[in-house]
Design a protein around this ligand. Structure first.
Ligand SMILES: [Zn+2]
Ligand SMILES: [Zn+2]
Length: 321
């Protein structure tokens, strides 16, 4: 009986330890630098997204931009060394987030074979798309995958949230209780059962980082819906205010009704900073600023080189300030 109790305590303890929701680690240092988006203050602008996340001494590249070489050039313009970045997050499979992967990997792997060598994505990242063109072109990652793996790179596909580093979660696929449909087009995909279904970008994923001031949410296109994303972050990590929201939330072409509904929501989550980059839309940024009751120092259009730093807030650069 006593042995059984000890066994149960051990099993229970490991389960509680893994969940971490009750007492998640708070990161101490966090700096996020935008490396690809449309507005370019330093380097080149493009329809795409990428950002470097530096957290408690660890460095993570979040998305890789659209063109093969824009993030590479922008990192050089910003004097950012990517050869000490082991991990890449791909928020989803769209061309404007995965285009730079191979060029970036090739640029650093001679110097450091592990650099940009581990890619994290959510279940669905490699699903074949069967939209208007040949299936493989509908998912550019299917073209990139062999070369990346030949280079020694590894893809890690996550079916559920995972704490990559203390206080840093990769979301995995994001549940969608709210009917946000923030994507363009009407493509279809072949899912894991072989069924052809609507392409809702099921792999759309984000990073959630826990700080003493609240959560920091980093998103690529936000196809899962920004409200769904934030609610998921608050479920996975803890139900804290959102200290910062950074990235694209794909509302540039939203209807007035959608924009009004969406802009009203972040007040509930007490979003304190917002860098609206990529497909967010300029009007969306200004609407969020107004609805959140925040000023231009806390809600800005994202530009290349823009920085959010824990304790410092946002440095948007000269054009977006
Ligand atoms: Zn997308
Ligand atoms: Zn995008």
């Amino acid at each position: 009986m006593r042995l059984l109790l000890i066994f149960l305590a051990l099993v229970g303890g490991s389960a509680w330890g893994r969940a971490a929701e009750t007492n998640p680690v708070e990161v101490k240092a966090l700096k996020i630098t935008v490396l690809s988006t449309m507005l370019a203050e330093k380097g080149l602008g493009e329809w795409g997204f990428a950002a470097l996340v530096e957290v408690d001494g660890r460095r993570i590249l979040f998305d890789t931009g659209a063109h093969t070489d824009v993030v590479l050039k922008n990192a050089a313009a910003l004097q950012i060394d990517l050869s000490t970045v082991p991990d890449v997050i791909l928020s989803h499979s769209h061309w404007d987030h995965v285009g730079g992967l191979m060029t970036l990997r090739d640029s650093v792997r001679k110097q450091n074979p592990a650099a940009l060598g581990t890619v994290h994505g959510a279940e669905g990242l490699f699903y074949r798309r069967v939209g208007g063109g040949p299936p493989i072109l509908e998912n550019p990652l299917l073209l990139t995958r062999p070369a990346f793996e030949d280079s020694g790179g590894v893809f890690k596909i996550h079916p559920r949230p995972i704490e990559l580093h203390p206080g840093v979660w990769f979301s995995g696929p994001v549940p969608r209780p709210h009917p946000e449909r923030n994507w363009s087009g009407s493509g279809r995909l072949v899912d894991s059962t072989g069924a052809v279904v609507e392409d809702i970008q099921p792999e759309d994923a984000a990073l959630y980082i826990n700080t003493a001031k609240g959560l920091v949410v980093i998103t690529g296109c936000g196809h899962a819906g920004v409200v769904n994303l934030i609610e998921h972050a608050r479920t996975v990590v803890r139900p804290a205010p959102v200290h910062a929201l950074i990235g694209g939330i794909h509302l540039f072409n939203a209807s007035e009704q959608t924009l009004t509904w969406t802009a009203d929501k972040p007040r509930e989550f007490r979003v304190e900073h917002f860098i609206g980059a990529h497909c967010t839309g300029l009007e969306t940024v200004y609407r969020f600023r107004r609805e959140l009751g925040l000023d231009r120092t806390r809600v800005v259009v994202g530009a290349t080189g823009a920085v959010f730093e824990l304790g410092q807030g946002i440095d948007p650069g000269v054009l977006a300030k």
